[in-house]
Design a protein. Structure first.
Length: 188
């Protein structure tokens, strides 16, 4: 039937839905801090629902440059991100079961907009933390914006920001969601 997705496309979407739910249990992003006094590095690990790693040590060090503390409460998105992830998984599941190409286009649009909003939100928080430094801090630094991905040097700390398992799993989900466009394309 015209406009229907194939069984292979439906399976691709079902797998994407399952992987989306699994991302709730793995970290999505991280930042590693290296300095002479911390050669093994300190970590901030961001799961979709919580922060992990050496948060207390990093907060203690950030106090010296006047940076706000990293806490779960600092990022209200962490409180409701699981609902967004589950909602996305359900939406993918519905599109898989309905097998309508028109719904797939909408799903891809939601995924792209969600990705853009997510990256913008990360950038917004990194900018806020790096540029809103307390001027009364013991160590005065120029405001800075840590990168979402990549290396940055702040005083004697080298930081490396990176996506981790959950970020790569979401990329795989996107590929699995877009795959039906290729699989069920019209052939001349």
């Amino acid at each position: 039937m015209k406009g229907r997705l194939s069984i292979a496309s439906m399976i691709s979407l079902l797998i994407a839905s399952i992987i989306t739910v699994l991302t709730l249990f793995v970290p999505w992003w991280g930042m590693k801090f290296y300095a002479p006094q911390y050669p093994e590095g300190l970590d901030i690990i961001v799961y979709p629902t919580t922060l992990a790693g050496n948060i207390d040590i990093v907060n203690g060090l950030n106090h010296y440059i006047g940076m706000a503390e990293f806490t779960n409460e600092s990022f209200p998105e962490l409180a409701w991100m699981k609902y967004i992830v589950i909602g996305l998984a359900v939406l993918i599941l519905i599109v898989a079961l309905l097998r309508r190409k028109a719904f797939l286009y909408g799903l891809i649009g939601v995924f792209i907009v969600g990705g853009i909003v997510g990256l913008w939100d990360m950038y917004r928080w990194l900018k806020a933390f790096g540029t809103n430094l307390d001027p009364r801090a013991p160590i005065e630094l120029e405001p800075f914006i840590p990168p979402i991905i990549g290396k940055n040097i702040i005083a004697n700390f080298t930081t490396i920001s990176y996506f981790t398992y959950g970020g790569y799993m979401l990329l795989l989900v996107f590929i699995l969601v877009v795959y039906p466009l290729w699989k069920d394309r019209r052939k001349p």
